[in-house]
Design a protein. Structure first.
Lengths: 412, 339, 436
């Protein structure tokens, strides 16, 4: 083949060469494909315009500026945007975006933690524990996520006490009481103390950031000492001290600028404090448990992919088992783990669109649900929704690819 | 014949010609059945029974229309729709008629390009609360958590009501009535709000209905009615007058029991004769058989019979006629004359 | 001999002692427990915690589960029974499963025709057997190829001539290709694609009409909106996977190809489809797909969902097959090139058979995921098992029922998905053995 292309016969170009000549054929195929795809897209677009025109509907994004008129359960999105029912559909969409980002972010963290712990326990010598982990994995992997979300949400609303059970009744024990007078788990949400930022709290935050940086620097130093001299400095306690002591000192020096507001039962609900909606909790937990089950298997496969010789070599060097796991096995397993982990993170983010089942106001529920339904702008809403999820997926892939590149075997 | 065989086979594979063309009636007749959009499940208004037979108040409207067109109340395909898919299903031609407790509003009629053919149930949005709360008025609900079905006009009414009265609430969004009921009973919300008819129906099936009370406030007007696509007035007329015939039948004392007898020969009442096709050409004007109304009324009875059978006081739903009584009985049902 | 021996050395035992059982701590259940439950104190604590957790779960759930309510016709009857027995009403009311399990399985499929989906399931399993297990005679492959058409006829009914005539189109494609390939490969490919399309577009209708007039054989037609429950889930899942295979393979080849434009188009399709949640695609199918078709055509919702889910799963299948293509050793590609095979020949004869074999476990896993995701169709108003729970709870008999339905559905999904997952693991191990 190469000899042919090296010395092409000198002859005039014929049309049949487009098909039979390997030099031109690939070009022909590509142009042909491109034309077909373009015709297809044109055909779909043309149909769309004709259909919409015959129904008297024109694609138009002006509805985004009109009044939304519906309320959204207080959540991080409404807190950031200050959303009320007088805001626009665009604001409602933004609320949804923030809420989606929040549940995806929290879900990814918890799923990873659960997955790694369960993955290690799955390989435990303890028969009962490894069996239980197997039951967890199979139970969650083989039942639709939607069912789990519904079940967990119902467990929350059925099993936890109502706010009015906390009410103190004369001459009787109230049905439920707050933990330490500060936390309340109700079937509407979890209430906990919220910080109230007084004057001078900016300085406190600055001190906190500085001491965390200092703790990280100490860790670097300790590692350097370890690698250079082999001397092992204590790691955990100094870091905790460096991170917390200045903050505590500053807190009192500045005259306690941050106070806590405690939730209190007032009227129908608790007021004050921080409220985490049950819909968010149930969705978060269900997403994390479901994705965690898949991550468990990924972690297990990753750990098993590290050859046993590595463990034996590490223990021959006198390493303790947890150090072996942290320093020898997990770093190697990571290279096997990260690519499938990325796709699990993507799945979790996309699955967060099932928030609709528990009434959590994610972007699918606001922009793609209520706004769509109130305005009837299906095409516009779906287009925006699709692009948004696409951007989110691409962003996660991008970050995970960077992470993957940094974990790659450094060949010298 | 050949065409119909082919058509049947293709239809069974799911492929069917659109009903979006100008003459919906022709399409429906060619297809041999009416495609009627209904709710996925709402007690008394539309739900399949253990044998998969759909029944309910809205479902009977579909059956009456099918009976008027084909003389067969079963020539109807029920397409379950959700709050979100119902309007697109209608405008894309997937269904010919949407009979799914849908509130007649300006924007749905004008902006979304539909035609409401009338009102088959005058409703209003109410609140259901546990008696134990000691609440007697919706204005006492300041700070309460309220369960609300998403994708409905009730959502907007609720926001407006609380805003107008300068009180606050926390919405808990639920997808379906069944879910709202479950959340409410578990105490995840202090009050449940939806159309008062739905609340009464829901309350009736509770383990202890007396522990719950409907608040006196009705915060909105909810005229629920069937609707069709905008642009085919003939089809809208047909549906409108089938519904009117059901209502008029009750007013004039035509029931499923006596309709055959009354239609057999002209009666003394000319309007009855015009409805039942023993006088005039009213069926032909709609593009139907002369006995169209006879078939529609025989299918499930007149409006009153449909009401009593599905949601009336002797059913577990137990709704009183209230606003939905005939105008002669102090209600709002008032049909234009058949003349 | 033994006597003298005994005589001479008194300290040597002359008879074999009866075997003693090993000490209780070194064998049997005690040994097993020590090794597996209490090897050290941390594990011991974990075991105790685990036992406690299991005890709490079981003791909490068991009284709810064991409930003599299988025959009760309604929730209120259940409650009346509990009151009569003097028990708490916080118990399961299993009557709902007894009353509605047929609906949960078959949806609104006519009761007298339940045998048809059941037979279709067996045809499906038989048709898949050669692909999944291997080692079947060649004639069985013909049955496997025919099985989609048989299943279609069984589930939707209608005249048998439609599937036969449609299948005839495929035969025409093969005959045209085989007949012309000796003369001119390009022309053969062209004919193999265009002829059946022309046939399907213009001849299927009249031909079917003529044949069914002449010989009206067929089954009672069943409309798509009568499908529901698990039948609907299985139909959507299986149809989507089977239909998406060809497209998925093409996309995988496109993504692995050097042709710039083809490669980029494939990547764009795969990434766009995978980057957006299925629920958004389903809403697109429900709300928008009709708008993208020529004015005047309309598919019913089930078919639109199948089309959309097919496109969706094609992107996932493409990624699985891409993995398979990458796992075929480079020597195989080079070997095919050195034999002078064209691209399609090398793919068809050398690469794809190996790549697809490697991909089967991945395809099965994709199917499991897809099957579970079919529950999302409830959001667009199709009555899958979860959608039916709404309808069931809206009936006055069962208003207020909850856990029983969800547990029943969960267990069914678990059984199906778990067995498929086991099968896929078995396949993976088998492949590993074969590749060793």
């Amino acid at each position: 083949m190469s000899s042919m292309t090296d010395s092409p016969p000198r002859e005039s170009f014929r049309l049949s060469q487009l098909i039979y000549d390997t030099r031109y054929r690939s070009l022909t195929i590509q142009v042909f494909t491109l034309v077909l795809v373009c015709i297809g897209i044109y055909w779909l677009g043309q149909n769309l315009l004709t259909n919409l025109a015959s129904l008297g509907l024109q694609p138009n994004f002006a509805f985004l500026n009109s009044r939304a008129g519906y309320d959204i359960t207080p959540s991080i999105g409404t807190w950031i945007t200050g959303y009320t029912s007088a805001a626009t559909h665009w604001d409602a969409a933004l609320v949804g975006v923030y809420n989606t980002l929040l549940v995806a972010f929290l879900g990814i963290i918890l799923a990873t933690v659960l997955g790694v712990i369960a993955g290690v326990l799955r390989l435990s010598r303890n028969w009962l524990v490894s069996r239980m982990m197997a039951v967890y994995v199979e139970g969650f992997r083989n039942v639709p996520l939607l069912l789990w979300i519904l079940l967990i949400y119902s467990i929350f609303s059925e099993a936890l006490p109502q706010p009015r059970d906390f009410r103190e009744v004369e001459g009787a024990v109230s049905a439920a009481s707050m933990t330490w007078g500060a936390f309340a788990a109700t079937n509407r949400g979890f209430y906990m103390p919220a910080p109230v930022w007084g004057p001078g709290s900016g300085v406190l935050v600055a001190v906190f950031v500085a001491s965390v940086v200092a703790a990280v620097l100490y860790r670097r130093y300790a590692r350097k000492v370890l690698f250079d001299t082999g001397r092992m400095l204590p790691m955990l306690w100094p870091m905790v001290v460096i991170a917390l002591l200045p903050v505590i000192a500053a807190y009192f020096v500045l005259g306690q600028p941050v106070s806590l507001s405690y939730p209190e039962l007032a009227g129908f609900n608790f007021s004050g404090g921080l409220r985490v909606d049950n819909a968010l909790l149930a969705l978060w937990l269900a997403l994390s448990l479901y994705t965690g089950a898949f991550i468990t298997e990924i972690v297990r496969a990753g750990i098993l992919s590290v050859s046993k010789g590595q463990t034996e070599a590490a223990s021959a060097l006198g390493m303790r088992p947890n150090r072996t796991m942290n320093l020898v096995i997990l770093p190697q397993a990571m290279r096997v783990i990260i690519p499938p982990l990325t796709s699990q993170y993507l799945n979790l983010t996309k699955n967060s669109s099932l928030a609709i089942a528990v009434g959590y106001a994610d972007v699918r529920a606001t922009l793609g649900g209520i706004s769509l339904n109130q305005t009837g702008r299906a095409l516009e809403c779906m287009l925006m929704l699709g692009l948004l999820y696409l951007a989110l997926s691409l962003a996660i892939s991008f970050v995970m690819n960077l992470f993957n590149a940094s974990m790659k075997l450094k060949e010298r | 014949m050949k065409n119909s065989v082919l058509f049947g086979t293709l239809a069974m594979a799911g492929l069917s010609a659109a009903a979006a063309s100008a003459a919906t009636l022709d399409d429906v007749k060619a297809r041999g059945n009416l495609n009627c959009g209904v709710v996925t499940g709402l007690a008394g208004f539309g739900a399949p029974d253990a044998n998969g037979v759909w029944e309910g108040f809205d479902v009977d409207v579909c059956r009456a229309v099918a009976a008027a067109i084909f003389g067969d109340e079963n020539a109807v395909e029920f397409v379950p729709t959700t709050g979100e898919t119902r309007f697109t299903a209608l405008s894309s031609g997937e269904i010919d008629l949407l009979a799914r407790n849908t509130t007649w509003t300006f924007s749905r009629d004008v902006e979304l390009k539909f035609d409401f053919i009338g009102v088959n149930y005058y409703d209003g949005q109410g609140f259901l609360v546990p008696t134990a709360l000691g609440v007697t008025s919706a204005k006492d609900l300041d700070g309460a958590t309220v369960c609300i079905q998403t994708g409905t006009s009730t959502e907007l009414n609720l926001a407006d009501f609380f805003r107008a009265n300068n009180i606050t609430y926390q919405p808990v969004a639920v997808q379906t009535n069944a879910e709202g009921q479950q959340q409410y009973l578990a105490g995840a919300c202090d009050a449940y709000t939806t159309d008062a008819s739905g609340l009464a129906a829901t309350r009736a099936t509770f383990e202890a209905p007396d522990d719950h009370v409907l608040l006196p406030e009705i915060i909105s007007k909810e005229p629920l009615g069937p609707l069709v696509r905008h642009g085919d007035s003939d089809w809208a007329d047909l549906n409108r007058w089938v519904l009117n015939a059901l209502i008029a039948a009750e007013e004039l004392g035509i029931t499923s029991a006596n309709v055959a007898e009354m239609a057999a020969a002209p009666t003394n009442n000319p309007e009855v004769n015009r409805i039942l096709g023993t006088e005039g050409e009213y069926g032909a004007m709609l593009g139907l058989e002369p006995n169209w109304a006879v078939a529609a009324i025989s299918a499930g009875g007149n409006y009153g019979e449909i009401f009593e059978r599905n949601i009336g006081e002797n059913t577990p739903i137990g709704l009183a006629r209230g606003l939905n009584a005939q105008w002669t009985d102090g209600g709002l049902l008032y049909t234009p004359p058949f003349r | 001999m033994s006597e003298t021996h005994a005589h001479t050395t008194a300290f040597v035992r002359d008879a074999v002692l009866p075997q003693q059982p090993p000490p209780a701590t070194a064998s049997g259940p005690l040994r097993w427990m020590r090794d597996n439950l209490f090897p050290n104190w941390i594990n011991g604590i974990m075991t105790l915690i685990a036992i406690y957790v299991i005890y709490r779960i079981v003791s909490g759930l068991l009284p709810w589960f064991i409930s003599p309510t299988w025959d009760q016709p309604s929730l209120s009857a259940c409650r009346a029974l509990f009151t009569e027995l003097g028990q708490s009403t916080h118990q399961a009311c299993w009557g709902v499963i007894n009353d509605r399990w047929r609906q949960l399985m078959f949806g609104f499929y006519p009761a007298e025709l339940y045998w048809r989906p059941t037979v279709a399931l067996f045809v499906l399993l038989a048709g898949l057997a050669p692909v999944l297990f291997g080692g079947f005679p060649r004639w069985f492959m013909a049955f496997a190829l025919a099985s989609p058409f048989i299943i279609f006829t069984l589930i939707w009914g209608g005249t048998i001539w439609v599937p036969i005539v449609v299948a005839l189109g495929l035969v025409i494609a093969v005959v045209a290709f085989r007949g012309l390939v000796k003369r001119n490969a390009i022309l053969a490919t062209f004919a193999g694609i265009v002829l059946p399309i022309l046939f399907w577009l213009f001849l299927v209708g009249p031909l079917t009409a003529v044949l069914s007039d002449a010989l009206p054989i067929g089954l009672d037609p069943v409309r798509s909106n009568q499908l529901g429950g698990f039948l609907l889930s299985v139909v959507i899942g299986v149809a989507a996977i089977v239909l998406s295979l060809p497209l998925g393979i093409l996309l995988a080849l496109g993504r692995a190809s050097d042709l710039f434009i083809v490669n980029k188009i494939s990547i764009a399709f795969i990434e766009i489809v995978r980057g957006v949640p299925l629920i958004v695609w389903l809403f697109t199918a429900s709300l928008l797909l009709n708008y993208f078709l020529p004015p005047g055509t309309s598919f019913d919702l089930t078919l639109r969902v199948i089309i959309m889910v097919t496109l969706f799963s094609a992107a996932y299948i493409a990624e699985v097959v891409r993995g398979g293509l990458a796992a075929v050793p480079k020597g195989q590609y080079e070997g095919a090139d050195s034999l002078g095979l064209s691209y399609w020949q090398s793919m068809q004869l050398i690469v794809l058979p190996q790549a697809l074999k490697i991909s089967i476990p991945g395809i099965v896993n994709t199917f499991i995921g897809l099957f579970k995701d079919t529950t999302l169709v409830l959001f667009i108003g199709l009555l899958d098992p979860l959608g039916l729970t709404n309808a069931i709870r809206a009936s006055t008999d069962w208003n207020g029922i909850y856990w029983e339905l969800f547990i029943f559905i969960g267990v069914l999904f678990f059984v199906v998905c778990y067995s498929m997952g086991r099968y896929s693991m078995y396949l993976e191990r088998k492949l590993q053995r074969e590749n060793r």
